[in-house]
Design a binder for this molecule. Structure first.
Ligand code: UT7
Length: 332
């Protein structure tokens, strides 16, 4: 029997309207546009405003758009996986809320927590369900409302993050397209350098944890930077080597958007020129699980059938990985 692969047959993103600019951040913390731009490449980020607006709001918009665009009946969706570290609430899963609101009544759904590598983890998971031959339509969502866990008094983190969501539809093919290979890694000893101190079972919410501002993302930036630069580049090079790919064979590097300097280093190591690197960090900042699908969405019109893409990420956990995708569609 021919090998079944999971191909991406649709991509849709959603970002909220509100733009938090570097200029506005200058009013909140001791920082400036020049520092933020030169150290990170970020100019502005989108923020989801309003009462009772959780991550699912953005995931729902992305999935609704995806279903419409691909002419897919929500009742045909068998599984929805949502990668997020900012679920609407600890339980139920945000994926359940999304499934309900888009009318995916025949689907089961769950969340994946792998921080900035979340979309890659969820994509590989979703692909396995397709490759096994048991599922025909799986949706993978990457969505985060980082503004809900960002401390706008901490200049080392608040300048980095934004809100957004992206979703892809996975369907089977026996042709040489789709998710070709994946290398995913994790190292739990990275916990001290990037985590949220309280709000989980180890340190449930209390007056003390709130007073100590422990319900926000904490990051030791320069340590994470060093790990990210090495590991994202190493794993991208490894997946290329394993598949006999040289720099010139790659149509696009689709990197997690955490810092332009990390992206440049990864592209360099892969021998891929800047014209082949998807980048939208200047407009959205780091949207955690949403960066990679938001890049694919932004660059969709420039993607052609047969293009070799390397998706790469590094994030909290530590988690990191690279996925080799052969794009299955020509631009509409
Ligand atoms: O997506 C999940 C994974 N996360 C990442 O990949 C992020 C990795 N880390 C980074 O991208 C970078 O480490 C940052 C952008 C967070 C920071 O850049 P850096 O070049 O590593 O700066 P630094 O932390 O070493 O700080 C350099 C200086 C410090 O001042 P002193 O000690 O040299 O006087 C900071 O206090 O810059 C200062 N600084 C700032 N200055 C102006 C830190 N944040 C700011 C700020 N504005 N917002």
């Amino acid at each position: 029997m021919d090998k079944i692969r999971a191909m991406i047959t649709g991509i849709q993103g959603y970002v909220p309207e509100y733009r938090l600019t570097n200029k506005e951040l200058e009013k909140l913390v001791e920082t400036n546009d020049e520092w933020i731009t030169s150290r990170t490449g970020i100019k502005e980020r989108r923020i989801l405003k309003g009462e009772n607006q959780g991550t699912s709001v953005m995931g729902i918009e992305a999935v609704k758009g995806l279903l419409e665009k691909t002419n897919t009946d929500p009742l045909d969706i068998e599984l929805i996986i949502c990668a997020t570290v900012t679920p609407d609430m600890p339980f139920p899963a945000t994926a359940n809320i999304i499934a309900d609101k888009v009318g995916a009544k025949n689907s089961y759904s769950f969340d994946v927590s792998a921080a900035c590598s979340g979309f890659l983890y969820a994509l590989q998971l979703g692909s396995q369900f397709i490759q096994s031959g048991t599922h025909k339509k799986v949706i993978v969502v990457g969505a985060d409302k980082m503004s809900s866990i960002v401390d706008y008094q901490d200049r080392t983190t608040c300048i980095l993050f934004g809100d957004g969501a992206g979703a892809v539809l996975l369907e089977p093919t026996t042709e040489e397209f789709g998710v070709m290979d994946a290398i995913l890694k994790a190292d739990g000893s990275g916990e001290p350098y990037l985590h949220m101190k309280a709000g989980g079972s180890r340190r449930p919410a209390s007056h003390e944890t709130i007073d100590a501002r422990e319900h926000y993302a904490y990051q030791e930036g320069s340590t994470v930077f060093k790990f990210a630069v090495t590991n994202m580049a190493d794993v991208s090079a490894e997946v290329m080597e394993r598949n006999g790919l040289q720099g010139e064979d790659i149509a696009w590097l689709v990197p997690h958007q955490a810092n332009k300097r990390i992206i440049d280093a990864t592209a360099n190591r892969m021998g891929v020129g800047p014209e082949k690197v998807m980048m939208n960090i200047e407009r959205y900042g780091n949207t955690t699980a949403a960066t990679i699908p938001l890049c694919l969405w932004d660059y969709e019109k420039q993607l052609h059938k047969g293009d070799n893409l390397i998706l790469a990420a590094f994030g909290g956990g530590f988690t990191w990985g690279a996925i080799y995708v052969k794009w299955a569609l020509d631009p509409k």
